[in-house]
Design a protein around this ligand. Sequence first.
Ligand SMILES: Cc1cc2nc3c(=O)[nH]c(=O)nc-3n(C[C@H](O)[C@H](O)[C@H](O)COP(=O)(O)OP(=O)(O)OC[C@H]3O[C@@H](n4cnc5c(N)ncnc54)[C@H](O)[C@@H]3O)c2cc1C
Length: 310
Amino acid sequence: MNMNMNSWIIIIDERRAGGMLDAAQKLGGEVVAAVVGPRALADTIAGLGFDRVLCFETAEGVPAEAYAAQVAEAAEAAAPRLVLASDAPVGRMLIGAVAAKLNAALIGAVRALAADGERIVVSRSTAEGKVLEDVEVQSALAVIYDGEDMEVSSTQPTPVELIPVVDPGLTLRLIETIEAGEDSAGLLTAARVVGVGLGIGSKDNLKLIEELAEAMHAETACTLPVCDDMRWFTSHSVVGSSHNQIAPDLYIALGISGQPQHMSGIRDAKVVVAVNNDPEARIFKNCDYGILGDLNKIVPALARAFKTIG
Ligand SMILES: Cc1cc2nc3c(=O)[nH]c(=O)nc-3n(C[C@H](O)[C@H](O)[C@H](O)COP(=O)(O)OP(=O)(O)OC[C@H]3O[C@@H](n4cnc5c(N)ncnc54)[C@H](O)[C@@H]3O)c2cc1C
């Protein structure tokens, strides 16, 4: 068996595109972006440094999933050794269709890839992120990439190749978009976020958090039990493996123990500050700065300091 190391990266938005490109380039083969979405997205991806950029341009009002069969057929003809997609729901659906067509092994929660001769060694996280394990793959491989993102760019944009697609007809049509009340958009793009855990103690204490968030010009977020058990926030504010993944410049975790399900949602935060009154709290092993003490005293002091510096 003599397998190529060429990769296809299925792209439905910009999320982790740089990280996936970097991971695939390390294997040494040609790296192709298969963009399933608007032409403007393909033009953006063309600036990242892929060897080729294919664009499966979606028609207005037709979801990317409607093109799954066509993308899978094109992938089968190209026969890449490796296919990657981010863990966005549409990406996961498309890579499933492609993997089935390529008869490829499909692995999720992948953090890194390495070539070892003809084999690919896949490092993936399991047990809610507590364990990393290496899996060796000899066949064609499809991975849902959950590793580091990376800022990449090339001086010379890659020409975009428009792949002729057939209108999927009435297979899938977007008929209505309804705002689901409060949304998470502000949280997803915020530069500063204050995260609230059960250590806040009572609903009355939330006004301390609001004062701090206002002084910091920050969005607020919470852990799952603060939403599900206490009902002090809606699910739009929950950060973690089952909810929002955020990447602020600064995340201040207040009364949060630091369980992996929460921490995986702030993996891309640049600086994490934890306030906790338990010196053994797990979050102290996973933060850049730890403040040991009662948040009832520390939060007002932080708010005063942020008001001073603006
Ligand atoms: C399948 C599954 C999916 C999950 N998904 C998510 C998810 O997406 N997001 C998420 O957040 N969780 C998720 N969870 C729950 C997760 O496992 C934890 O239970 C949760 O994150 C803990 O929340 P917490 O840190 O607020 O509470 P706790 O673990 O109870 O921690 C409270 C912390 O506050 C500290 N504290 C108490 N009083 C004070 C004080 N006065 N001053 C300072 N510190 C104080 C304590 O020392 C403690 O460390 C999931 C669980 C499962 C099983």
